[in-house]
Structures are given as structure tokens and as C-alpha cells.
Write a protein that binds this ligand. Structure first.
Ligand code: TYD
Length: 209
């Protein structure tokens, strides 16, 4: 455990429903009387907002290693200034994306190497791992269809090709298989309330210790 607080991250491809699940879980925790901090990477701080603009919306090239370091810089600042203080106060941190995103997108998607990318994130965060990571697994074609249905323009990562997203998905599943105690893998094509129910059951187990 991360101390008195609880650190839960949500992972999955773009369009897998992380935001909806974070909202439902927040409502549940609050109904249980817990204080919740909902946050995300990249962009959970003011500095992170600037970094987010570069990694998602810069029009020119961003070299793969620079991209990895920008995500790591966002993470270092976010963990030090938002997440660790909240955990120390005993709060619940519900976070959209964390180091597994870097391992999947930069490590596998950009083929920079999973060990190097994971080590970089662990250095950036002084070794903070979540108590629970919910992986919303979705076939990239289904995810793309969901994103197409939205009106929002694609960002730099979303615009990547199908093979990139297939590598990201495979890496997420490999990460979950390697750390079954930390991960809960769910089929993101199921109805949102059904997914939320499974997540709550797992969280209740975690709280019961
Ligand atoms: P965002 O719009 O926040 O995500 P979502 O698609 O989950 O709503 O965009 C974040 C993008 O950044 C997403 O495509 C994944 C990517 N990303 C990385 O490549 N590496 C990382 O370490 C993180 C945190 C995100």
C-alpha cells in the first residue's frame, strides 16, 4: 500500500472508457465518505498542462526519446506535488493514466524498450506504484470507432497507425499478466455499470486488506 491513502490508476487505449469509470468510482468512494482526488497524466498540474500541449498538440516532429522524457517530466512533477501529498493526507487518488501508459505507448508503441521506460518512470516518481491498476481492454478497431463517433480532432498519439495501437494493447496485457496482484483487466466493450460493479468489488477487497 502507498501509506494511508489509496492510489488507483486507470489504463487502456484511447476511447476505452477510463473517464466514465473514474467518475463512477469517484461517486462510489464519496458515498463511502472518502475524499477523492481525480487527476490525470499528462496534464495534472500547471506545468503538466504546458507539457501536455507539446506532447499531444505540437504540429512538428517530437523525437521519440524527447516524447518519453516529456511524459516522465510531467509525471515527476505531478507525483511530487499532487499525488504524494494527497496520499499522505489519507485521500484516494483516482488517476487517468500513469507509468503503464509510458511503458505501453513509448516502450512498445515507439519501441523504446519496456525496461528503460519503466525505470525512467520509477526514477521520476521515486518508485511509486499504484495499489490497483484497472486496465480497460478494448480492440483498437472498436476504440477507433468510438473516437470517430466523437467530434474531437485526433491528437498526436491517437493519429498513430493501427500497428502502433496493436503494440500498445499487447503490451498492456503483458504488463497485467506480469503483475496480476496490481492489475484488474476488464473487457471495455461491456456495459459501463457492469464494469463499475466489478471494479467496486475489487476495491472493496483491497480496502478489507
Ligand atoms: P488523453 O486525451 O489524456 O487520453 P485519453 O485518450 O486517455 O483520453 O491523451 C493522452 C495521450 O497520451 C494518449 O494517447 C496516451 C498518451 N500517453 C503516452 O503516450 N504516454 C504516457 O506516459 C501517457 C501518460 C499518455
Amino acid at each position: 500500500m502507498t501509506g494511508p491513502g489509496l492510489f488507483i490508476t486507470l489504463e487502456g487505449g484511447d476511447g476505452s472508457g477510463k473517464t466514465t469509470q473514474a467518475r463512477l468510482l469517484q461517486e462510489w468512494f464519496e458515498s463511502e465518505g472518502r475524499v477523492v482526488v481525480r487527476t490525470r497524466e499528462p496534464g495534472g498540474t500547471e506545468v503538466g498542462g504546458l507539457i501536455r500541449d507539446i506532447v499531444l498538440h505540437h504540429r512538428g516532429e517530437v523525437s521519440p526519446r524527447a516524447e518519453a522524457l516529456l511524459y516522465a517530466a510531467d509525471r515527476a512533477h505531478h507525483i511530487a506535488t499532487v499525488v504524494r501529498p494527497a496520499l499522505a493526507r489519507g485521500e484516494v487518488v483516482l488517476q487517468d493514466r500513469y507509468l503503464d501508459s509510458s511503458v505501453a505507448y513509448q516502450g512498445a508503441g515507439r519501441v523504446l524498450g519496456r525496461t528503460e521506460i519503466r525505470d525512467l518512470s520509477l526514477w521520476a516518481t521515486e518508485g511509486l506504484l499504484p495499489d490497483l491498476t484497472v486496465l480497460l481492454d478494448l480492440d483498437p478497431a472498436a476504440a477507433r470507432a468510438r473516437l470517430d463517433a466523437d467530434d474531437k480532432p485526433f491528437d498526436r498519439l491517437e493519429s498513430e497507425r493501427d500497428e502502433f495501437h496493436a503494440r500498445v494493447r499487447a503490451e498492456y496485457l503483458a504488463l497485467a499478466a506480469a503483475e496480476p496482484d496490481r492489475f484488474l483487466v476488464l473487457d471495455a466493450s461491456l456495459p459501463a455499470d457492469q464494469i463499475a460493479g466489478v471494479i467496486r468489488t475489487r476495491v472493496a477487497e483491497l480496502l478489507a486488506g
